[in-house]
Design a protein around this ligand. Sequence first.
Ligand SMILES: NC(=O)c1ccc[n+]([C@@H]2O[C@H](COP(=O)([O-])OP(=O)(O)OC[C@H]3O[C@@H](n4cnc5c(N)ncnc54)[C@H](OP(=O)(O)O)[C@@H]3O)[C@@H](O)[C@H]2O)c1
Length: 299
Amino acid sequence: MKKILITGGSGLLGVNLAIRLRKKFKVFILTNKKTINIPSTISIDGKAYLNEQKDYLKPDIVINTVALTNIELCEDNPYLAIEANLKYLELLVVLCKKNNSKLVHISTDHLFDGLNSFSSEDSYVNPVNQYAKTKLEAENYVQNEISNALIIRTNFFGWGPSYRNSFSDIIINTLKQKKEIFLFEDAFFSPVSTRRLSEIIVKLFEHDTHGIFNVSSNDRISKLHFGLIMCDYFQLDNSLVSSSSLEHQKHLTKRPKDTSLSNEKVSNFLMFDCGSVANNINDLNYDIKDGIRNEILKL
Ligand SMILES: NC(=O)c1ccc[n+]([C@@H]2O[C@H](COP(=O)([O-])OP(=O)(O)OC[C@H]3O[C@@H](n4cnc5c(N)ncnc54)[C@H](OP(=O)(O)O)[C@@H]3O)[C@@H](O)[C@H]2O)c1
């Protein structure tokens, strides 16, 4: 069995990848501040491991999900963004070079100024905040240092652990509590489920490919529309979903209004249908059926 090391093991994507990949691979997760125990995987203290000069693990594949994902925090404390989004990566690059491990680096759909729809891997990047700037620098660094690295640009949702709610969790939890939720009518994206994202990541590294791949759904929708589709799939009260505007959120750090990505490259390369946003939302139901949601909620 190949050994996979997942960094950011306590994060939303880290947890989802670890639980989904452990049947096929020997999964090790690197933790930072939050310790976590996922059955049938091995948790390792990240600081101790990365400072270790002799690597006892020698992973075949390293998936880097570490980032400071709070956009306001990145803007107010750029040094924290640099530490998580860049400095940490530098340590991983050393580790991958030493062990000849395949590096899969998770990037973002946030690299653009938001004036265009369905950005491709070759579209002009123009980051508008510190989060995006450090994520772009990370991509450039990886490409310069490791020629066969795989970089995934994406945006995702899915079941999160109790301490880390995803966008879909926030919608479900708010509406189940009979509270009103405000969602942007003028912010557009093309998110995938963590279920589909995990499947595509595995397919990509099994094809031993490299370079940048967008992983997104086939369509582009507003955050408001996303909330309304969630209501249909989870029998939630759509009268509690109200429209708001990103344009009017002057207190927020600047964000791109359209982060939709084209998935043409990955779809053609893998001959795989990434599905509509609705198909991806329905993946949450498959996670309920096969017990993945319950397992994640227990963490
Ligand atoms: N969530 C999304 O919708 C989304 C969209 C686009 C792209 N992405 C990208 O997808 C990846 C995963 O995102 P996510 O939402 O799963 O992130 P997340 O839930 O915020 O988790 C981030 C992980 O990084 C760790 N971490 C943070 N700062 C660190 C540091 N300085 N040193 C070591 N570890 C550190 C955290 O551990 P501790 O909490 O223990 O510190 C946590 O395990 C990121 O690269 C993100 O940029 C996410």
